[in-house]
Write a protein that binds this ligand. Structure first.
Ligand SMILES: Nc1ncnc2c1ncn2[C@@H]1O[C@H](COP(=O)(O)OP(=O)(O)OP(=O)(O)O)[C@@H](O)[C@H]1O
Length: 280
């Protein structure tokens, strides 16, 4: 079966000569239709670069990304992105923020009022799905960070994308709001039947949400290990205490430390503090 997303030997270099950074080296991965893939890894391992390449916002130096078998050559309505900073339009209400990009597309194509009506129906459905109905006529500044991110997700879903690309979308939220957002995004994924690629620094988040966790490593940026998550598809917060969850979390954290050279740093620090103790 054709994968939803096929990443084929993707390389990305920024800059030239002594300044060159190998952000991605030989990255290959197949993502199945309706799969939830999470990327974790130390800072600078190329997670955002790979997500941006899938989104068509960045071009690879070599290799290919295929969406339903067709090469990605730029951004498209079939892929929507959600970032850590919600970038809503402050002068538009929640409802108008959600409808805005769709309305533009409708206007540009000079469609009929039926299309506009259909867009309104979809916006109302998304308001309800994201628990935003009561906030429909509020402005972004009147909402909490979690609510603003719900609006950003609803807006991203407006064009019925085949793929949702999320770059640390909950990174700025407090722990309790993040938990709520985790369960919400699992629900959205089930209802909307969308393939999700999700970048995070948080290993627990990566395991809780992912069907597979892809661990990337830096210098050069690369895919290091792919971990299938041994949990039932329907997640609940208690699963975070299960031995399968905590064991996988420990394994991934250790591997991140290994690949990022953090262990070496720690060992050196211990050696240095040992030396300092001798000289004290
Ligand atoms: N536009 C750019 N120009 C030059 N170098 C870049 C550019 N974008 C990214 N890089 C470099 O490419 C490497 C990978 O960056 P990227 O942002 O993809 O990593 P990341 O894993 O998402 O990092 P973080 O977790 O810190 O967000 C880094 O060394 C980064 O400095």
């Amino acid at each position: 079966m054709t994968p939803k997303i096929a990443i084929r030997d993707v390389n990305k270099q920024f800059g030239q000569g002594a300044q060159a950074v190998q952000a991605l080296q030989h990255a290959s991965l197949d993502v199945a239709d309706n799969e939830f893939i999470t990327f974790v890894g130390a800072s600078g391992c190329g997670k955002s670069t790979l997500l941006r390449i899938i989104g068509g916002l960045e071009t690879q130096s070599s290799g290919q990304v295929l969406l339903d078998g067709a090469p990605v050559t730029g951004p498209g309505a079939d892929r929507a992105m959600v970032f850590q900073h919600y970038s809503l339009y402050p002068w538009l209400t929640v409802l108008d923020n959600i409808k805005f990009s769709r309305q533009l597309a409708v206007n540009q194509k000079d469609r009929t009022s039926v299309d506009v009506e259909r867009a309104s129906g979809r916006a109302d459905a998304l308001l309800s799905l994201m628990g935003l109905t009561a906030a429909a006529h509020k402005y972004p500044a009147q909402l909490s960070g979690g609510m603003q991110q719900r609006v950003a997700i609803a807006r991203a879903l407006m064009s019925k994308p085949r793929v949702l690309l999320m770059d640390e979308p909950f990174g700025a939220l407090d722990a309790q709001t993040r938990e709520v957002m985790h369960d919400l995004i699992c629900h959205v994924r089930r209802l909307e039947q969308v393939t999700i690629v999700f970048v995070t620094h948080d290993v627990e988040e990566a395991i809780y949400l992912g069907d597979r966790v892809v661990l990337m490593a830096p210098r050069p940026g690369r895919i290091d290990t792919i971990y299938p998550v041994p949990l039932p598809a329907a997640r609940d917060q208690d699963m975070k205490l299960a031995p399968a969850f905590t064991g996988l979390k420990r394994e991934i954290l250790n591997r991140i430390r290994d690949t990022a050279g953090m262990k070496t740093d720690l060992e050196q620090l211990q050696k240095l503090s040992g030396l300092a103790a001798l000289h004290a």
